[in-house]
Design a protein around this ligand. Structure first.
Ligand SMILES: *Cc1c(COP(=O)(O)O)cnc(C)c1O
Length: 365
C-alpha cells in the first residue's frame, strides 16, 4: 500500500502510526543512563462484540479510560513480563514469546477475559520491539523490558465480568533489579496464594495483596519475603515475584508447580539448562524445616530467586522465625554458571538450540 499523507503505513493488518517526535537518545541508552522509562511507541487493540479490532501501534501516550472501567474497580487485569535482548551482530531477539503467550492465556481464562491469538500477541510484540529497536540496550545484563497487559475497559456501575477490553504492549530499557545478595524472610503469617485461588495467574490483584506483608518485611530490614503455603505456612513457594530454587547436596531443587505457584519462564529455562548440563533437578515440595536443617548443616549451599526482572537473584540471608541463616554467595556458585549459560543464549553468544530467541529484525519496516 502506498504511503499516505500521514505518517501511517500498513504492514499486513497492523498499522503503525510512527512518533513524529522520537525521544530516543541512543548514546544514553548505550551507556545505560536511560533506563526504566517507556520507549517511543506502544501497541493497542480493542475487544468488543466478541472480537479483536483496531490493532495498531502508535506513539506512547496516556489512554482515555472511563472512571467506571470495570478493571479499575474489580482488578480484571492480567499482565506479562518479558524481555528483548541485543544479540551478537546487533540482532534483536525476544525471549520465548510462545511460552509467555501460553501463560498470558492461562491467566486470562482464570480472570474471565478473552484469550489473545498467538499471531496477534507475536505481531504486537515483535513489531513494537523492532520499531523501537534503538531503545534496546546492549548487554551484559541490560535488556528491553516488555509489558503486555489486558484491562477490562467496559464502563459499568456494579460488578460483572466485562465484555470489552484493551490489550496493550509497552516497553522500555531496563537494568536488572537486584544487584546485591538478598536478605529474605520466611513469611509465616500472610499468604500470597491459596489452592483454588489465582496464584498461578499473573493477575493484578495478586500484586496489590502482596504489598502490605512485603512492606512490613522491608521495614524489618529484609528485601523480600519467601511465601509459604496458605494452610500451614510449612512449605516454601516463591520469593517476592520470583520463583525460588536451591542447591541441595549438589542438586537443583525447586518447589513443584501447583495452582499457588507461578509457572516462571526463567524457572523453566534454567531447569532445562541444568538438565542439559547433567545436573540433578528435583521439582518437589520444600519444607521450611528442611531449609532450616539444611542451612545449619551445610547441605544447602545456594538459594536464589529466578524471574525475568532479575534473571537470577542470589539470596545471602534467609530469616526463619527470627533467626538469620546465612549463605555464602561467591562467583563460582552453580547459580551463576546457570545464569551465564542462559545469558549467553539470550545475547547470542551460544547457539540457540531450542529456538528460544525470536529475531525481530525488519518486521516493522
Ligand atoms: C512473573 C513472576 C515470576 C517469574 O516468572 P518469569 O516468567 O520467570 O518472569 C515468578 N513469580 C511470580 C509471582 C511472578 O509474578
Amino acid at each position: 500500500m502506498a504511503e499516505g499523507p500521514t505518517s501511517i503505513d500498513l504492514r499486513m493488518s497492523l498499522p503503525i502510526d510512527r512518533s513524529l517526535s522520537p525521544r530516543i537518545d541512543a548514546s544514553a541508552i548505550a551507556s545505560h543512563k536511560l533506563t526504566n522509562i517507556p520507549a517511543d511507541h506502544m501497541f493497542i487493540a480493542e475487544f468488543a462484540h466478541g472480537e479483536w479490532r483496531k490493532a495498531r501501534i502508535q506513539p506512547y501516550r496516556p489512554i482515555p479510560m472511563s472512571p467506571l472501567a470495570l478493571g479499575m474497580h474489580y482488578a480484571q487485569i492480567v499482565f506479562e513480563g518479558m524481555k528483548a535482548y541485543r544479540m551478537a551482530q546487533d540482532t534483536i531477539g525476544v525471549f520465548r514469546t510462545d511460552r509467555h503467550h501460553e501463560r498470558f492465556n492461562r491467566s486470562l481464562v482464570r480472570m474471565c477475559m478473552p484469550e489473545v491469538p498467538l499471531e496477534l500477541f507475536r505481531d504486537a510484540i515483535h513489531t513494537l520491539v523492532d520499531l523501537d529497536r534503538n531503545w534496546v540496550p546492549p548487554g551484559p545484563d541490560a535488556a528491553y523490558y516488555i509489558r503486555p497487559f489486558m484491562i477490562a475497559s467496559e464502563e459499568r456501575m456494579g460488578l460483572k465480568a466485562a465484555d470489552e477490553f484493551l490489550f496493550m504492549v509497552v516497553g522500555g530499557p531496563f537494568r536488572p533489579l537486584y544487584q546485591k545478595p538478598l536478605r529474605v524472610k520466611v513469611e509465616r503469617e500472610y499468604t500470597r496464594a491459596a489452592h483454588g485461588g489465582t496464584g498461578f495467574a499473573k493477575c493484578a490483584g495478586n500484586y496489590a495483596a502482596a504489598m502490605y506483608p512485603t512492606k512490613l518485611a522491608q521495614e524489618a530490614g529484609f528485601d523480600q519475603v519467601i511465601w509459604t503455603d496458605a494452610r500451614d505456612h510449612a512449605f516454601v513457594e516463591e520469593s517476592g515475584t520470583m520463583n525460588l530454587a536451591f542447591i541441595i547436596n549438589g542438586a537443583v531443587v525447586t518447589p513443584a508447580l501447583s495452582d499457588t505457584i507461578l509457572d516462571g519462564v526463567t524457572r523453566n529455562s534454567l531447569l532445562t539448562i541444568a538438565r542439559d548440563m547433567g545436573l540433578a533437578v528435583e521439582e518437589r515440595p520444600v519444607s521450611v524445616e528442611e531449609l532450616r536443617v539444611g542451612l545449619l548443616n551445610g547441605t544447602i549451599t545456594e538459594a536464589f530467586g529466578v524471574g525475568t526482572a532479575a534473571s537470577v537473584a542470589p539470596i545471602g540471608v534467609i530469616n526463619i522465625d527470627g533467626e538469620d541463616l546465612a549463605l555464602n554467595v561467591s562467583p563460582e556458585k552453580t547459580m551463576f554458571t546457570l545464569k551465564q549459560h542462559l545469558n549467553d543464549i539470550r545475547y547470542g553468544l551460544l547457539p540457540d538450540e531450542r529456538g528460544w530467541m525470536n529475531v525481530v529484525d525488519g518486521i516493522a519496516t
